[in-house]
Design a protein around this ligand. Structure first.
Ligand SMILES: Nc1ncnc2c1ncn2[C@@H]1O[C@H](COP(=O)(O)OP(=O)(O)O)[C@@H](O)[C@H]1O
Ligand SMILES: [Mg+2]
Length: 396
């Protein structure tokens, strides 16, 4: 990775848990639960955290739409947001492995959240086995949970989304699309699996000196269909994202600067089959796959210049929030209700003006539930009071 942020791996990682025979019955029960849940905005009213990171056992009740979480550094503000995120995504936003979420020297953790009428439970057992339940029905595949309880996190290191490598931006796209399009997540899981197989194959060819062209052709064929699907969806997504990002950027930065986003993919120039053939020689030499949607990126410009090399820190922060709020809007319009918004230490990230703009949007223009952490209780309360919004403050 090499970046400051190591958020929970790729969205498609580790979703293929399958440990039940009675899939059809469970699917039916899920559908019923799903219909019930659609009827209401799934605000979080309560969470119980057991042996998760710094929490031994703790229960929090949330009674307002706007919730401030305050406490000095190291008290567990970020961990509380992460526990909420975990219940929505079946994984942490921050840690790469589940072992890192288990409280030091303990065996496993448990999270339970009440989202309107829905109870979500995650049990991570000491053996490493993880179980996820919606209203006491266990999921056969974690991927089925994704998108049911949409959430958007904004955390201090997220500026990597702009300054970091292309995988950060792919993760961003994948996180949104996986929540709005189940088929997208399935294609992504398949694509990643086949890509891994292809890379192992290339290594084996190099190790043994035997190249099985036919086998490679077969694997290539398996890559093309999910790859094309993902390409098409990412292309549409980027096009739909641009006007939202532009609008938020101008609103937060309070100026008319022009932001552009471009979907950069090798498939813009070639169809996938041709691309795989073109890359084949290079693939053999480097023993990995050089062509495909795993190389995609979003190019970002500000007034026609490459954003990350010219933008100031303030501009980067404005863009980060614009991308995150655009994600939020996309999820909201797709789901028909607002996702949870988890804002970690945002007061540290923006000047007063931009902060006011942002908070006004978050607390007044948006009708979803929002969790905001800060080290200063007074600062939080003043901001909420100024906005004349009702709120709840939790002190850790
Ligand atoms: N697996 C773990 N077991 C126990 N404590 C942990 C674990 N992971 C992180 N912590 C502790 O959590 C604390 C940080 O919590 P965090 O939510 O980041 O605080 P805050 O956001 O309030 O500054 C640190 O003291 C860290 O040691
Ligand atoms: Mg923190």
């Amino acid at each position: 990775m090499g970046t400051g942020k190591s958020c929970g791996g790729k969205i498609a990682d580790s979703f293929e848990v399958n440990h039940s025979d009675n899939t059809i019955l469970k699917d039916t029960i899920y559908s019923m639960h799903f219909l019930c849940y659609l009827a209401s905005m799934p605000g979080l009213s309560k969470i119980t955290i057991t042996q998760f990171k710094n929490y031994d056992v703790a229960t929090f009740n949330f009674s307002e739409r706007v919730i401030g979480i305050c406490g000095s550094n190291g008290r567990g503000k970020t961990n509380l947001l992460d526990a909420i995120y975990y219940l929505c995504f079946t994984k942490s936003y921050f840690t790469k492995t589940d072992a890192m979420n288990v409280q030091f020297s303990k065996d496993g953790f448990r999270l339970e959240g009440q989202f309107a009428d829905n109870k979500i439970v995650c049990i991570h057992r000491g053996t490493g086995k993880k179980e996820f339940y919606l209203n006491d029905v266990e999921y056969t595949k974690f991927s089925e949970h994704i998108g049911r309880f949409p959430a958007v996190m904004v955390a201090p290191d997220d500026v990597e989304l702009i300054t970091g490598g292309s995988e950060e931006r792919r993760r961003y796209i994948d996180t949104v699309l996986s929540q709005v399009d189940t088929a997208y997540l399935q294609h992504l899981i398949i694509y990643n699996k086949v890509l891994q197989q292809r890379n192992s194959l290339l290594k084996r060819f190099a190790d043994t000196g035997n190249t099985d062209w036919q086998l490679l052709e077969v694997v290539d064929g398996q890559l093309i269909q999910p790859g094309n699907y993902i390409y098409q969806k990412r292309k549409e997504f980027t096009a739909a994202l641009l006007p939202l990002v532009q609008q938020f950027y101008n609103q937060i930065a309070n100026n008319e600067e022009l932001v552009t986003l471009q979907y950069e993919s090798q498939l813009n120039e070639n169809d996938f089959h041709t691309l795989l053939n073109q890359c084949r020689q290079k693939d053999f030499i480097l023993q990995r796959s050089n062509g495909g949607i795993h190389k995609d990126d979003i190019g970002i410009q500000l007034n026609g210049q490459v954003f990350k090399s010219t933008a100031s820190q303030g501009q980067r922060k404005s863009l980060l929030f614009s991308l995150k709020l655009a994600e939020f809007e996309m999820l909201k319009s797709n789901k028909g209700f607002a996702p949870l918004l988890l804002l970690d230490d945002v007061f540290e990230k923006l000047d007063d003006n931009r902060m006011q703009q942002l908070l006004h949007w978050v607390c007044k223009q948006n009708d979803g539930q929002v969790f905001i952490t800060d080290t200063h209780k007074d600062r939080l309360e003043d901001a909420f009071t100024n906005l004349e919004t009702s709120y709840q403050v939790i002190e850790l």
